[in-house]
Structures are given as C-alpha cells and as structure tokens.
Design a protein around this ligand. Sequence first.
Ligand code: NAD
Length: 310
Amino acid sequence: MVVRVLITDPVDKLLIEKLSQYNVQIDYRPDIERKELLDIIKDYDILVVRSRTKVDKEVIERGTNLKLIARAGIGLDNIDTEEADKRRIKVVYAPGASTDSAAELTIALLLAAARNLYESIALAKSGVFKKTQGIELAGKTIGIIGFGRIGSKVAQVAKAIGMHVLAYDVLDVRERAKQMGAEVVDMEDLLGRSDVISLHVTVGKNPPKILDARAFDLMKEGVIIINTSRAAVVDGPALLENLNRGKVGVYATDVFWNEPPKEQWEWEILKHPKVIVTPHIGAQTKEAQLRVAQMTADNLISAMKELGLI
Ligand code: NAD
C-alpha cells in the first residue's frame, strides 16, 4: 500500500526530495483552500504544513486516515496537538532549526530600536540628513523572558555588547544562566530593572498575557520591548496605551496578533511611530530554511519507520 502525503504549504524542495526516496505518493498543494483541504484530507496518511495551514480540530476530525502531521517549522501553535494526541496522530517538527536566525533578528531589532534606525534610514533615504539621537546599549540591562534556545543565544550576544542580562523562565534555568553570565530573577524584578525587555517564550493553545496592564506599570519609563516570540503574550490594547503615554519607548516586533492586522488597535500599533515591525521573518534565512527542511524530513522519515509506514 502506498503511503499518501499531502503538503499544503510551500516547503523547501529538499524536504520533497528526501521523502520521494521512499514508496510514497506526494501531492504538493501549497495553495490549497481550506474547504478543499477539509474535503480531501480523509484520503491521506500524512499531512505536511508550515504556518499557513491551520490544523485545527475540524481538519484532524476529517482526517480519518491521518497517522502523522509534520510542521516544517519550529513552533506548533497552528496545530491542535491535544486533538492529534487524542486520535494517536504523531506530530513532528523541527525545534531549534532556526535558533541562530531568530536570535540574530532579535539583535537587529534591538540595535534598530536603540539607534532609531527605522526613522534615520527613512529620513536619509528621503534626502533629509537629520541626526536623531539614540541610546548606547553597553552598560544597560536587558531582561530576557523565556531563557530557552533563542533567549540564551540573545543573552550571549547582549553580554558581548556589554549589557547586564536578567533572565526569567518558568523552568529552573540557573545552570544555563550561570554559563551565560546572566542573573536569574523573578518577573517583578525583571520588569522593574530592565531598560530592554526581550520576549522568547514558547506558547501553547491558550497563551498567557505575560505583558499585561500591570506588567507595563512595573516597567521603567521609556523601556524598549522586543518580541520575536508570539504576539499573543502581549496585551495589545494595554501596549498601545503605554506607547501613547510614552511609558514604552519602542516596541520592536517580528510577530503580530493577526498577520496582517485585523483589529483597529492592531492597526494603530502597526502605524505607531514608536513601533518597528518586520513580517515574521525570524526564520527566513537560507541557512535556517534548509535546516528546517532537513530536520523535518529526518524526523518525518524516522516517525514513518517507527509507525511501519515505510
Ligand atoms: P525554547 O523552548 O527553547 O525556549 C522557550 C522558553 O520559554 C523555555 O525555557 C520555556 O520554559 C519558557 N517559557 C514558556 N512559557 C513561559 C512563561 N510563561 N514565562 C517564562 N518563560 C516561559 O524555544 P525557542 O526555540 O527559544 O523559541 C522561543 C520562541 O521564539 C517561540 O515562541 C518560537 O515560536 C519563537 N520563534 C519565532 C521565530 C520567528 O520567526 N519570529 C523563529 C523561531 C522561533
């Protein structure tokens, strides 16, 4: 029996090449609409997605033959993993494949925020050679929320720049922090002492609002916030209020609540002069994409072997 694989998002050709070495039938439908996906998913054993396809309860319920779901990426927030678990569908992905790229983008956003690069570049390109004043990062304190792979890599670079690093995590990260020369603190301490706050948490189906109105109250005036993790951990309307009253100096983000925005408050944040936005490009480097494809294919092939599909 041939194993049927449906790919519903654009993936690197390496992934398809690796899968093609086995006795599988691959249908590559990177533009498929949800309605058609719901109609045809029952015919497939394996579903491969990136971030466009939402693999929610309905998709999983209709996929009566599904045995495996692969996400060619590092997070699983577009997949209902609880529902997949319930139906004994194995889920594989590529954790860590884009750590360096995401950490580097975080540093790019940090430097852009500290030196008003977004404004200076736009002015200079329009012919206006006006000097804007920024802040020096050496000697400042960065608070890292979520001290995992990306958070600790950012800490390493921040240390090299001369910053003092505070770390907060729900897990015990004392050993890792010690290696990086970071100080482990509780959340209140981090919020009150940081000149820069950088978010690097993983979130599941119901993300906590880590930065809510109370958290903003505890922050320093003019704090820079960097977010390359997930927008849902920030209370958008509370952020907008704190940008408007100058409490937040710059919000530099690679992630938005809706990409592109839908709500009025999202548009106001997007257009705010103190907000820098990139369109979720943390993992968009040649190297990271190749690693994601390689790791996803390897994990998928191991799982297929484990399940006796190949
Ligand atoms: P990781 O699992 O290595 O680290 C995440 C850390 O966050 C863990 O140590 C975990 O204990 C901690 N954490 C979870 N919930 C927390 C909470 N409420 N408070 C404090 N700490 C908490 O993950 P990673 O590979 O470092 O990725 C971090 C984030 O970056 C993820 O959300 C991931 O989706 C995102 N990411 C984004 C891009 C992008 O394109 N912008 C690229 C890669 C990763």
